[in-house]
Design a protein around this ligand. Structure first.
Ligand code: SAM
Length: 245
C-alpha cells in the first residue's frame, strides 16, 4: 500500500514542478516582449496603434544598466559630444531628456551647457534616484531628475527641446504619446530623436526597430514637422522635429 502512495506523490511533485516551470517561462516571455494591451506596470492600455510593436523591457536596477549605458566603448559609435553640438542648445533653454536612464546624455548636456536647464526624465524610479544622486555628486546644479508617466510625459517646466535616445522603441501608442508631450513643450519646441536602424549590429530585436519613415509619419500625425535629418551616427538615425503652433 505504501509503494503506490510514494509513486502518486512522486507524480504529484513532478506535475507541480512542470506546471511551475511553464508558468515561470510564460512570465519571462511576457516580461521580455510585453503584451499588446498592458503597459510597463501591468495596467491596461488601449489597443496598440503602432505598426512596429514597442519593446517592453524593465530598467529597474540603475546600477546594473549603468555598466552598459555608460560603457566608454559606447562613445565610439554614440558620439555624444558631436550629438550635443548638433543639438545647438542655447543659453536658458530647458532641455528634457526623455528616457534619460543613467544620464549618459543628461550629464554631458548639463556639463556642456551650464546656462541651460536639463531635466533627466524617466519612468523608472531607480533611474530617477540614480540620476539625482549623480547630479548632486557632480555638483551639476542645472541638472534635475524627474519621474514621468509612461504614456503622458508631463514635465515640470516647458521644454524648448526634448531629446529621446534609444527610448522611442520602448513606447506604446506613439502618436498619442507625442500629442501628450506637446503641452509640455515651449512654443516652437523641438524633439530630437535617436534610435537604432534595422542595419545596426547592436540594438533591440529587429522586429522592434522602427524605420525612420515610420517615426516621421508618427510625428507628422501628432503635429510635428521634420526639421533636419543628421547622418552622423553609424548605428542610429538622428531626426529633429518641431512642434506645429
Ligand atoms: C535603452 S534606455 C536609454 C537610456 C538613455 N537615453 C541612454 O541613451 O543611455 C531606455 C530608457 O527609457 C526608459 N523608458 C522606457 N519607456 C519609457 C517611456 N514610456 N517614457 C520615458 N522613458 C521610458 C527606460 O526606463 C530606460 O531608462
Amino acid at each position: 500500500m505504501l509503494a503506490p502512495m510514494k509513486n502518486y506523490s512522486r507524480i504529484f511533485v513532478f506535475s507541480f514542478i512542470v506546471a511551475a516551470a511553464f508558468s515561470s517561462l510564460r512570465m519571462e516571455a511576457a516580461e521580455q516582449e510585453g503584451s499588446a494591451n498592458h503597459d510597463h506596470h501591468g495596467s491596461t492600455v488601449k489597443e496598440n496603434q503602432d505598426p512596429t510593436p514597442a519593446f517592453h523591457k524593465h530598467f529597474k536596477d540603475a546600477k546594473h544598466w549603468a555598466k552598459s549605458f555608460e560603457d566608454p566603448e559606447r562613445d565610439k559609435w554614440q558620439k555624444p559630444d558631436e550629438v550635443i553640438k548638433l543639438l545647438g542648445i542655447k543659453a536658458g533653454t530647458v532641455v528634457a531628456d526623455l528616457g534619460a536612464g543613467t544620464g549618459y546624455f543628461s550629464i554631458r548636456m548639463a556639463k556642456a551647457h551650464p546656462e541651460a536647464k536639463i531635466i533627466g526624465a524617466d519612468i523608472e524610479p531607480d533611474m530617477v534616484a540614480y540620476l539625482e544622486q549623480q547630479a548632486q555628486e557632480r555638483k551639476l546644479t542645472n541638472l534635475s531628475a524627474y519621474k514621468i508617466d509612461a504614456a503622458k510625459p508631463e514635465l515640470p517646466a516647458k521644454a524648448g527641446l526634448a531629446l529621446m535616445v534609444d527610448t522611442f522603441h520602448h513606447i506604446d501608442n506613439r502618436v498619442d504619446y507625442l500629442k501628450n508631450l506637446a503641452p509640455s513643450l515651449a512654443p516652437k519646441g523641438q524633439v530630437a530623436l535617436i534610435d537604432f536602424t534595422k542595419a545596426s549590429p547592436i540594438g533591440p530585436p529587429a522586429k522592434h526597430r522602427i524605420e525612420p519613415e515610420e517615426v516621421i509619419a508618427q510625428f507628422k500625425a501628432a503635429g510635428y514637422d521634420l526639421q533636419k535629418r543628421f547622418d552622423d551616427l553609424p548605428n542610429q538615425y538622428f531626426l529633429l522635429f518641431q512642434k506645429h503652433e
